[in-house]
Each structure stands twice: as C-alpha cells, then as structure tokens.
Ligand binder design. Structure first.
Ligand code: NAD
Length: 455
C-alpha cells in the first residue's frame, strides 16, 4: 500500500514539472507506443495464445491494429485536438476573446479487463498520453501472460517517470484506489464498475466506465439469413464469445427461427472446417472459474441445445452452442453470457422485440439485421444503447471517428479517437478582456439604473 502511495505521488510530482503537457513529449510517447506495438507484436500474440489460445489473426487485428489505429489517429490530429477552439461571442463581449483549451487532468489510472488485455489498456493509454497526462496502467491479473509481458516490456519503450505499470488483482487494485487520481478509466464488469465508481467518489475523481451487459441481435423477416448468420456468428465466436460487444442473444420471429439455426450451423461448420475443437481459429475460455460459470449455464438452462453443447474442462473448451426454446426467465438470460453460447428467443413482431429490449438494462450495442429502412429508424427512435449497429457486428470499432462506450448499466463516458482524448482532458474556458474602454462597463455596476433594462 505504501509503495503505491509513493508511485502515485511520484507521478503527481512528474506531472507538476509540466513535461507531459508539451506536444513534443506526447508525440514522442505515442511514437514509442507505436514502436512497442510494431516490434513486440509477436510477443503480444504469444502471450495472448497462452492466456486465451487467441488465434494469431485475432491478436493482430483486435489487439495490435486497434491500438495502432488509435495512435495513428492521435498523431495525425494532435495539433487540432490540442489547439485553441474559438467560442462564439455576443454583443457584450464582441471586443473580447473567448476560447476553449484542452488541459491534461494530471495522473490517471487505467484498469483493464482480461478479454482484450492489450487493447483495453493501451487503447485508453493513447488517449491519456495524447491529452498530456501521467498514467498508471493496471492490466487484469486473469490474463496473466499478457499482464507479465506488459510489465516486462512496456517501460522499455515509454517514459518510466510518467507512465507506470502495476500488476495484481483485487487487493492491489483496492489499495491503489485509495489514492487520489485525476481520472479513472475502468473496463470490466458492471458489478466491479460500481466499486470503482464508489472509490472514485471519495476523491471526486471523474470516471470512464466501459462495462458489459447483454447486447441483443434483432433479426427481422426481410433479412438474408445466410448473411446474417455469418456476420452474427463471427461476432459471437471471436475470442470464444468473450467480447464485450458480442451479440449476447438473438430475437427473431418464429417463422425465421429454424432457417436461421440452419444457417448458423453452416456458418460455424464453415468457420471451423467442421471441427471447432481442433481448429486453431477458435479461442478457449480464459480459466476454470469462467469455464465452470458457463458449464453451469448449460447445465441449468431450460432451453434445448440445437447445436453444440459439448465441453472439455482439461482444454477449457466450450463448443459453439445454439440454444432454442429459451424463456426470458432462463439462467442464460439473467447475466451476460461471455462465452460461445447463443440463445435464440422468438417474438411475434419487431414491436415485441423492441419492448423486450426496453424492459432490460440499456445494452452496450443493439444489433439490428434488416433491409427495412423504416425499422432501422423505429429501433433508433424507440431504444437506447451505447451503439446501434445495423447489418454487421464490430465494424463500428474499426472507426476511431465513432465514440465507443455504454449508457446506463453498460457504462459511463466513451473512448476512441477524440472521445478518448476528451475523456482525459479538461475543457477549460478562457475569457480575455483588455483593461481599456472601461466606460463600456459602466452600465453593469451599481448603483443600477433600471432604465437601462429593455423589457
Ligand atoms: P476482470 O476480472 O479482469 O476485471 C477487470 C479489472 O477489474 C481487472 O483489472 C481486475 O483486477 C479489477 N477488479 C476485479 N475485481 C475488483 C474489485 N473488487 N475491486 C477493484 N478492482 C477489481 O474482468 P471482468 O470484469 O471479468 O471483465 C469482463 C466484463 O468486462 C464483461 O462484463 C465485459 O462485457 C466487460 N467488458 C467491457 C468492455 C467495454 O469496452 N465496454 C470491454 C471488455 C470487457
């Protein structure tokens, strides 16, 4: 505990030197992080293979490239983001100057989750550095190889006076959280998000909470089901369903259900060449605890297994599993699944699907598959979620121009591109007046003359 107090106070001292505020420091650190990603991509993929049996391509695309895109965007836009933003003026202030400047907040804490250990820590770090802050990165102890790799390698590249890595689990994070930070950026479950929010409140520290939840995939009767199945099952099976924006469950019409299930089976067969257990293109469950959690879901569900349902504890394998006849009260509908299990629930029409979604906490994403433009507008108008993605999954993440974040139970604030920069900045208002022309202010001082009021 004392050690963390010193780490945090050292960072406050480093921030006070003003070093991190300069454009030169920010650019140099962003380039150093880019260098880390490029030079260490093999080591990153190796660590992810140990933690999750993550396929090489998924490691490169979802972990390295995502962070690289954030860095490239920040390097490209830094001048614009850091620059003075002129503010509109009124008649009274026409001769004055009004503008907004982004200021770094100070020392920030980034706490990551295990499912994308590099993306979820280094992605926010790009925003923290671009905004000119000192930062502590606390990767998840659960993805232990990735966490150790970061601890060993990252500070070979970055400025160790201004950026620190702290590894460890609940006791370490709890102790760290007693310190005063100027922002906390947390990614993980909604339950722990509440613990982080409470700890932050002690110091009135602002937070970004990137949380989870159940993101529905709504499929209407106009859809091409073969295309929907491929896109949706890709989203479900990436990282073995251990993705915050995985489609969690399906809402489709009774007429579509059987066709959709058949198309999903074909998609899984095609992706894994008919053998999900042997293919190198399918991750494993992170650990025994999460394996048991998913096993219990399969044991307790009242739904019927339409495909899959096989498990192997030794290799932490859970096969892609499609469940039908699932009721709203079923255990698989009570919490985020976070695994390769897809429940299919039927609705009589799209109004019922919207009603179903609106009865539950606001999701991180609503996926809608339809060719009906009116339905797109209706779902957009009548629901609320972190993001709404139509006829695809995940591709919103590839755009640094879109904010990424939840709403309600799925999170607070957002990241990516300028949104991450703003999360780690204070937008300071500036108003500058000259000391001349005092006669123009005469009307505002007492004794007041009511005749000056125009009613
Ligand atoms: P996790 O167990 O790795 O926990 C996340 C972080 O919180 C870790 O660094 C951990 O050390 C810390 N932590 C855990 N318990 C704590 C406690 N009691 N006090 C203080 N710190 C604590 O990850 P997880 O929570 O299992 O992550 C999965 C969840 O994260 C899912 O719900 C998923 O949807 C969500 N998630 C959200 C996003 C997003 O961007 N919105 C991204 C990835 C994951």
């Amino acid at each position: 505990m004392a050690a963390y107090n010193k780490v945090v106070s050292d960072l406050h001292a480093s921030f006070a030197t003003g070093k991190t505020k300069t454009k030169e420091w920010r650019m140099a650190q962003l380039l150093a992080l880019l260098n880390f990603i490029e030079k260490e991509s093999d080591g990153i993929a190796e660590a992810l293979a140990k933690d999750l049996s993550k396929p090489f391509l998924e490691s490169i695309v979802f972990e390295c490239d995502t962070v690289r895109n954030e860095i490239v965007e920040a390097l490209d836009k830094l001048d614009e983001w850091m620059g003075k933003k002129k503010a509109e003026k009124n008649l009274l202030t026409l001769l004055d100057s009004a503008f907004v400047m982004s200021e770094p907040l100070g020392v920030v804490l980034i706490i990551g989750a295990w499912n994308y250990p590099f993306q979820l820590t280094l992605g926010p770090l790009v925003g923290a550095i671009a905004a000119g802050n000192c930062a502590i990165v606390k990767p998840s102890e659960i993805s232990i190889s990735s966490s150790q790799f970061m601890e060993k390698k990252l500070l070979e590249y970055l400025d160790p006076e201004c950026i620190k890595i702290i590894t460890g689990g609940v006791p370490e994070t709890t102790s760290l959280l007693t310190n005063r930070f100027d922002h906390i950026f947390y990614t993980g479950s909604t339950a722990v998000g509440k613990i982080i929010y409470k700890a932050a409140a002690e110091h009135l520290t602002p937070v970004t909470l990137e949380l989870g939840g159940k993101s529905p995939a709504i499929i209407d009767n106009t859809s091409d089901l073969a295309i929907v199945a491929r896109r949706m099952m890709w989203g479900k099976l990436c990282n073995s369903g251990q993705t915050c924006i995985s489609p969690d469950y399906v809402l489709c019409t009774k007429e579509n259900l059987n066709f959709l299930i058949e198309e999903c089976k074909s998609a899984i067969y095609e992706f894994h060449n008919g053998d999900s257990k042997r293919t190198p293109h399918f991750s494993r469950i992170i650990n025994k605890h999460h394996f048991q959690r998913l096993k219990q879901m399969l044991d307790k569900t009242e739904g019927t297994v339409a495909y899959g349902g096989t498990i192997d504890e030794d290799s932490l394998y859970i096969s892609p599993t499609l469940l039908v006849n699932v009721k709203e009260s079923d255990c698989v509908m009570q919490e985020e699944i976070f695994g390769p299990i897809m429940p299919f629930l039927t609705v009589s029409d799209m109004d019922e699907a919207i009603e179903f979604v609106n009865k539950r906490p606001k999701p991180l994403v609503i996926y809608l598959f339809t060719k009906d433009n009116q339905l797109i507008k209706q779902v957009s108008r009548e629901t609320l979620s972190g993001a709404m993605v139509t006829n695809d999954v995940f591709m919103n993440m590839s755009l640094t121009s879109l904010p990424f974040g939840g709403v309600g139970d799925s999170g607070i604030g957002s990241s990516h591109g300028i949104y991450a920069f703003q999360a780690f900045s204070h937008m300071r208002a500036h108003f500058v007046k000259k000391q001349n022309m005092e006669f123009m202010n005469q009307f505002r001082y007492p004794p007041y003359n009511d005749k000056n009021l125009k009613i």
